[in-house]
Design a binder for this molecule. Structure first.
Ligand SMILES: Cc1cc2nc3c(=O)[nH]c(=O)nc-3n(C[C@H](O)[C@H](O)[C@H](O)COP(=O)(O)OP(=O)(O)OC[C@H]3O[C@@H](n4cnc5c(N)ncnc54)[C@H](O)[C@@H]3O)c2cc1C
Length: 260
């Protein structure tokens, strides 16, 4: 993570322009940015953007085939230690940000497995959107794998949020799941009793407490299944623990550390 005391960016960087933004809730925003130079990435990777010398990594929602880079950002208020996000929150369309020229990250599709269980909390759903959009738009992707036909692949997206308005991509995921029987979307709210969740009729409870039952009902061969967890560190730790002594493969992407 960037050093917040020195606001001089070292090393190579380029720029990008904020071309569209959308507020989902008070602290969740979607950004669409246009890089000044061609920017390539693999679905699931992240880019690093900056304002006033403060840089942070953000996983990418869009598929590499899309013209703009889409981001889904949770604002951490200054009072809770936020640095870059309070600045992003005030950026207007047309604003320029820095952009590191290379995407990074290894939280990408593990194409050697047939079954993919994507577990995320709120913004943790981001890399899964990029993977799914790419899979659905590009019949040549991923590269052929020994012993796996393209129509063997299945994707189950399990997303947890406190409130029903925080899922961000529930409409898109519901629509994808209704069109393709190899994709399922299972959202759950963890605070069902609160008034903000009154209209909610779906699953209830923290997603990490529901994942084992969900996976066992699927009945996939654990050796052919990869479980991904992204977002809240406590959720990731718990899901990792639940599948630690099994034949499932588990990979994770932590957006922040609990003790920071
Ligand atoms: C690989 C990677 C990908 C990431 N992708 C995304 C993404 O797609 N969307 C996104 O919103 N963030 C993402 N993050 C987190 C992001 O990089 C920033 O850390 C976050 O936006 C907060 O930035 P900040 O400068 O305002 O606060 P920071 O200075 O980074 O952090 C301030 C404090 O807030 C905590 N914190 C950071 N993020 C959160 C959060 N979401 N909720 C509660 N506490 C938090 C930190 O642990 C720290 O204590 C990602 C991080 C990594 C490492």
């Amino acid at each position: 993570m960037a050093d917040d005391t020195s606001r001089t960016i070292r090393g190579r960087f380029t720029t990008c322009e904020l071309v569209r933004r959308e507020e989902l809730t008070e602290d969740l925003i979607k950004f669409w940015i246009k890089p000044a130079q061609p920017f390539s990435f693999k679905p699931g990777q992240y880019c690093t953007i900056g304002v006033d010398g403060i840089e942070r990594p953000y996983s990418i929602v869009s598929s590499p085939d899309e013209k703009e880079i889409e981001l889904f950002i949770e604002v951490v208020p200054v009072a809770e230690g936020g640095h870059l996000t309070p600045l992003l929150d005030h950026l207007e369309v047309g604003a320029e940000m820095t952009l590191r020229p290379r995407a990074k990250g290894i939280f990408v599709l593990q194409a050697q497995f047939k079954h993919h269980i994507f577990v995320g909390t709120v913004t943790g759903v981001v890399p899964y959107l990029s993977i799914l959009r790419k899979f659905l738009n590009d019949p040549e992707w991923p590269e052929p794998q020994e012993g796996i036909e393209r129509n063997d692949y299945t994707f189950d997206v399990l997303e947890g949020a406190s409130y029903l308005d925080e899922f961000g991509y529930d409409d898109e995921l519901t629509q994808i799941a209704s069109k393709h029987d190899f994709v399922k979307f299972y959202p759950s709210v963890s605070r069902p009793a609160e008034a903000r969740n009154d209209p909610w009729t779906g699953a209830e409870g923290r997603i990490n407490t529901l994942v084992e039952d969900y996976v066992s009902q699927l009945g996939f061969d654990p050796k052919e299944t990869c479980i991904y967890a992204c977002g809240h560190p406590q959720m990731i730790e718990d899901v990792g623990r639940r599948f630690a002594n099994t034949d499932y493969t588990f990979i994770e992407e932590r957006f922040w550390k609990e003790d920071e």
